[in-house]
Design a protein. Structure first.
Length: 212
C-alpha cells in the first residue's frame, strides 16, 4: 500500500497477537493499521465515555504541565491558542489561560460547535489526538490553516520504536482507538509539505512546528 503521508511504498507486517495488518513507511516512518480497523466516531465515543473524568486528578494536571513546560519555551510568547481535540476536558485550555494565553477548545465528539473558521491562532495544541485520526495529513493541513503566519503547532502522541519486533511488543497500538503511529520524522515530512519548519521534538512524544 502507498504511504498516505509521503506517497512512498510501505512494508506490510502482521501482529500475530491481534492478527491486525500494519503498514510501515521507511521514508517518513509512519505506521498505520489496515483500514478495516478504523472505527467510526460513534464507536470511538462509546469507548471514551467509559473513561473517567480525570480533571480533578493531580496526575492529569501534571501531565499537561509537562507538555506546556516543553512547548511554551519554544513557542515564542503566544497570546491566542486553540486546543484541538480536547476530549471532554477543557483543563489544558484553563492551564493556558493561567499563563495569560487566551485558549479556545474544540473536540469533534464533545464540543463540535466550538470551531470558529474566522479565527487564526498563534499556537495550536493537540494532545493524544493524532493516533486516532483516519486522515492525519488532512488534519495537519487544516491545523496549519488555523494558525497565524509564524504561529506554532505542538502535538503530543507517543513515538513508535520504528522496529517491527519492538513495535509488536509496544503497548500503544493495542488500544483499538489508536490506529496510526508517528515519529518525529513523520512530522518533519508533514512540516515540509505544508509550509512549516520543524522546531524540536523531545525524542519521545512531543513535537513543536512553526508555520513559515
Ligand atoms: Zn511515508
Amino acid at each position: 500500500m502507498t504511504c498516505p503521508i509521503c506517497d512512498d511504498t510501505t512494508e506490510t507486517f502482521i501482529d500475530e497477537r491481534s492478527n491486525i495488518t500494519y503498514y510501515h513507511c521507511n521514508t517518513c516512518e509512519y505506521i498505520f493499521k489496515s483500514p478495516e480497523c478504523h472505527q467510526s466516531i460513534a464507536e470511538q465515543k462509546s469507548r471514551y465515555d467509559l473513561h473517567e473524568n480525570h480533571e480533578d486528578h493531580p496526575g492529569y494536571k501534571a501531565y499537561f504541565e509537562r507538555f506546556l513546560d516543553f512547548v511554551l519555551p519554544l513557542a515564542g510568547a503566544p497570546e491566542t491558542a486553540l486546543d484541538f481535540g480536547c476530549g471532554r476536558s477543557s483543563l489544558l485550555a484553563k492551564l493556558l489561560a493561567e499563563r495569560g494565553i487566551d485558549c479556545d477548545y474544540y473536540d469533534p465528539l464533545y464540543y463540535p460547535e466550538n470551531l470558529d473558521d474566522s479565527k487564526k491562532y498563534e499556537l495550536v495544541v493537540s494532545t493524544e489526538v493524532f493516533e486516532h485520526l483516519h486522515d492525519p495529513k488532512a488534519v495537519f493541513e487544516e491545523l496549519v490553516k488555523r494558525m497565524e503566519s509564524k504561529g506554532y503547532l505542538a502535538i503530543q502522541t507517543q513515538f513508535h520504536p520504528n522496529d517491527i519486533e519492538a513495535f509488536k511488543k509496544w503497548y500503544y497500538h493495542q488500544d483499538p482507538t489508536h490506529i496510526v503511529f508517528f515519529r518525529s520524522q513523520t512530522f518533519r515530512v508533514l512540516s515540509e509539505k505544508y509550509g512549516c519548519e520543524f522546531v524540536e521534538d523531545n525524542g519521545k512524544n512531543m513535537v513543536v512546528i512553526r508555520k513559515r
